[in-house]
Design a protein around this ligand. Structure first.
Ligand code: SAH
Length: 401
């Protein structure tokens, strides 16, 4: 086997440590010099200061994350066959593409770094795929990746949702649209824990649906029987629909987006839940929870699944205050013995600190709170153990006295 030639990224002394632990990122500050003139997305050899080759990665000249590693084997070829192998392995790990009864499924098929494909997110809804290309390496190989995705899944259509802001940090422009195969219909239907769901791949958030909460929604379904449920930050209704399927007495979806609430209503009808069992409220959660306190409105189970409050380190203090406030306001609405199911999807907020914030919120709300369980992202969103950044979603199930 001959060692490959091409551009080389030489690390500063000592900066090879994280790569030796198979962490797949090289930050710009770790680089001593670049030999050759790699373009965005080109494959580079990464070497330690003593010249030892450590692996091959995709070069991203505009990003703080200057290289994302494809492999720690410097003798591999990065080509269509390599990418197909990674895609096939990730798809095989998700198992058969149905809920066991032939009903079409929704799953994350490719979870970026965690599946060995840095910067690539692919979700499957029924027979349609939605991809987000978030880094220069995947951008360079995008047509080969599209071929691999369709070959590995047999899906009929592929839609691109590369309209996330993180692309700008990579020096890439935002882009969304039909990519391969059949055009996606107005909504794609799939099934989750027995609930019928519709996803608008064009206008929905991210790739259209928050698949990462699948296992947590199943859990809420098990806890909901007979309860008066508040589904706060409802989006298209996911947690509330799980609660209704689980026998909830009533669900209130609280959400600021009218479009998302309209879809939640459509979901209620599609699943045959009587309209007297659910209500949609279009409002800002921070304001409405306070208003309900004034009105003595209470609930037996509250799900709090807010958007990411912490986008970067500088937002950490403000984001923490946001989490504390929303949890405190929710706790004030819980009936004695009520359950709070609370989440943070901010990767920069560690699980221990999140738990402390919820604990502080309970103190300030004057409620005794028992921790019953911890939740994390569903198993189709695996976390590579050498890449702790992959674990972003954490949840707590608590009971208030
Ligand atoms: N729980 C949902 C996902 C929630 S994503 C699910 O299972 O699918 C967060 C949602 O909060 C988004 O739909 C967003 O529109 C909504 N949102 C953001 N800020 C809000 C606010 N201040 N008040 C109410 N809803 C808000």
């Amino acid at each position: 086997m001959t060692f490959r030639t091409g551009p080389v990224v030489h690390l500063k002394p000592g900066r090879e440590k994280s790569l030796r632990r198979w962490h797949p990122w090289v930050f710009s500050g770790a680089i001593a010099r670049v030999e050759g003139t790699p373009n965005a997305g080109d494959t580079v050899i990464v070497t330690a200061a003593n010249g030892t080759p450590l692996g091959l990665g995709a070069y991203s000249p505009h990003s703080q994350i200057r290289v994302r590693l494809w492999t720690f084997d410097p003798y591999q070829d990065i080509d269509a066959a390599f990418l197909l192998g990674k895609v096939e392995a990730a798809v095989a790990r998700r198992g058969t593409p149905d809920e066991g009864d032939g009903a079409p499924w929704g799953r994350r098929l490719i979870n970026a770094e965690n599946d060995g494909l840095p910067g690539l997110i692919v979700d499957r809804y029924g027979d349609h795929l939605v991809a987000q290309i978030l880094a220069a390496g995947c951008e360079r190989w995008k047509e080969e990746i599209a071929d691999a995705l369709l070959a590995a899944t047999g899906c009929v259509g592929l839609y691109e949702r590369s309209d996330a802001d993180v692309r700008i940090k990579e020096g890439l422009s935002v882009r969304a649209g039909h990519w391969r195969g059949q055009e996606a219909p107005e909504v794609v239907e799939f099934r989750e824990n027995g609930v019928r769901l519709l996803v608008d791949v064009r206008l929905g958030h991210k790739t259209g649906f928050y698949l990462d909460q699948r296992s947590a929604r199943a859990r809420v379904g098990q806890l909901a029987a007979g309860r008066d449920v508040l589904n706060c930050f409802a989006y298209t209704g996911g947690f509330g629909l799980a609660a209704l399927a689980g026998g909830a007495a009533h669900v209130t979806h609280l959400e600021s987006s009218a479009g998302a609430l309209a879809m939640a209503a459509r979901h209620g009808e599609l699943n045959g839940f009587e309209s007297s069992r659910w209500t949609g409220v279009e409002a800002d959660a921070f304001t409405r929870l306070r208003q309900w306190q004034q009105e003595d409105r209470t609930f037996d189970l509250i799900v709090l699944d807010p958007p990411k409050f912490i986008e970067s380190r500088q937002h950490l203090p403000r984001g923490c205050r946001g989490y504390k406030d929303i949890n405190m306001q929710a706790l004030k609405l819980l009936r004695p013995g009520g359950l709070l199911v609370t989440f943070s999807c901010s990767g920069l907020l560690e699980a221990d600190l999140f738990q402390k914030i919820v604990s502080d919120a309970a103190l300030d709300a004057g409620r005794d709170l028992q921790l019953i369980d911890r939740l994390q992202q569903a198993d189709d969103h695996p976390v590579l153990m050498s890449f702790p950044e992959g674990a972003y979603l954490k949840g707590l199930i608590c009971r208030a006295d």
